[in-house]
Write a protein that binds this ligand. Structure first.
Ligand SMILES: NC(=O)c1ccc[n+]([C@@H]2O[C@H](COP(=O)([O-])OP(=O)(O)OC[C@H]3O[C@@H](n4cnc5c(N)ncnc54)[C@H](OP(=O)(O)O)[C@@H]3O)[C@@H](O)[C@H]2O)c1
Length: 259
C-alpha cells in the first residue's frame, strides 16, 4: 500500500508536530494545520528539508469556515485526505471557586467542536472513496473527572464518547476511528502545571511515534504509556466513594496550588 495522505491539526508544536515527523519518515504526504502560521511554516520547512511532501494552511479548528477553507487548500495540493489526526487541543487547571467557565467553553470549542469540525471537513471525501481513518487525540484525563482539571477532563470525556459513538456508522461506510489517549507528555500543555515534585513524562517524539503507528495500523484505541494505561483502567472502575477518597488526597499531594 502507498503511504496515505494525512491531515494533522495542531501540527506546529508538541505531539502533533512529533506525529508529523514520524509520519514523514514513513513517506506520508502531510497536510498541516495549526492556528499560528509562523511555527507551522517552521515545522513544514524542517520536514521538507528531510524530503517530505507538505502542504500547510493556518486555521483555528474552532472556526468552521476557516478550517474548511484550510482543508480544501491542502486537498487541492495533496489530493483527498485519507487519514486525519485531530490533535489540536488546549488545557488548563480548573480551580474552585472561580471555575473559569470561559476556559471550559474554550476547551469544549477546541477539544470537542474543533475535532468534530475537522472530521466533518474530511468525512464526505472518505465516505465517497469508501475508505479513511480518523485518529482523535483525547486523553486518559477523560476516563474520570480529575479534580484539578475538571474542564479538561470533561472535554476529553466528551470527545472519547463522541468518537466511540461514531465508530459503528462510520465503519459501515469504510471509515475507521482510533481514540488516542496519551498519559503525561512533556509539551507546552503540561509545562506550567504546578506539580509539587517532578512527574515522569513521555517525550513528545515517543508519543508522536505511537500516534503515527496508530494512524497507519488503525486500532480502536491507542492508550499509553502502559503504566498509565493500566492505572487509569483500574481508576475507571473504582467505586465512587473510593475514587473521591483517593482524589481528595491525590490533588493536594500532586499540586502546589489550591483547587
Ligand atoms: N501533553 C500531554 O500530556 C497530553 C496528554 C494527553 C493528551 N494530550 C492531547 O494531545 C494534543 C496535543 O497536545 P500537546 O501536549 O502537544 O500540546 P501543545 O504542545 O500545546 O500543542 C498543541 C498544538 O495545537 C495548537 N492548537 C491549539 N488550539 C488550536 C486551535 N484552536 N486551532 C488550531 N490549532 C490549535 C497549538 O497552538 P498554540 O501553541 O498556538 O496553542 C499547538 O501548536 C491535545 O489534544 C492534548 O489535549 C496531551
Amino acid at each position: 500500500m502507498n503511504p496515505p495522505v494525512v491531515l494533522i491539526t495542531g501540527a506546529a508544536r508538541g505531539i502533533g508536530r512529533a506525529t508529523a515527523s514520524a509520519l514523514a519518515e514513513k513517506g506520508c504526504k502531510l497536510g498541516l494545520i495549526d492556528r499560528d502560521a509562523g511555527p507551522l511554516q517552521e515545522a513544514a520547512k524542517e520536514l521538507e528539508a528531510r524530503g517530505a511532501t507538505i502542504a500547510t494552511s493556518p486555521a483555528d479548528v474552532s472556526d468552521r469556515e476557516a478550517l474548511f477553507a484550510a482543508v480544501r487548500a491542502i486537498e487541492a495540493k495533496l489530493g483527498g485526505i485519507e487519514v486525519l489526526v485531530a490533535c489540536a487541543g488546549i488545557g488548563g487547571l480548573t480551580q474552585v471557586p472561580d471555575l473559569d467557565v470561559a476556559g471550559l467553553r474554550a476547551m469544549l470549542g477546541v477539544n470537542v467542536i474543533g475535532v468534530a469540525q475537522s472530521i466533518e471537513a474530511v468525512l464526505p471525501g472518505m465516505i465517497a472513496r469508501g475508505a479513511g481513518h480518523i485518529v482523535g487525540v483525547s486523553s486518559v484525563a477523560g476516563y474520570r473527572g480529575l479534580p484539578w482539571m475538571a474542564s479538561y477532563s470533561a472535554s476529553k470525556a466528551a470527545l472519547s464518547a463522541y468518537l466511540e459513538a461514531l465508530r459503528p456508522a462510520l465503519k459501515r461506510r469504510g471509515v475507521t476511528i482510533t481514540t488516542a489517549c496519551p498519559g503525561f507528555v512533556r509539551t507546552a500543555l503540561t509545562r506550567d502545571t504546578p506539580f509539587r515534585s517532578p512527574v515522569k513524562m513521555m517525550e513528545p517524539e515517543e508519543a508522536g511515534r505511537r500516534i503515527a503507528r496508530a494512524a497507519l495500523r488503525r486500532p480502536r484505541n491507542c492508550v499509553f504509556p502502559l503504566g498509565t494505561s493500566v492505572g487509569m483502567a483500574f481508576l475507571r472502575h473504582v467505586p465512587d466513594p473510593i475514587f473521591d477518597w483517593m482524589m481528595d488526597r491525590a490533588g493536594p499531594r500532586a499540586l502546589t496550588t489550591d483547587f
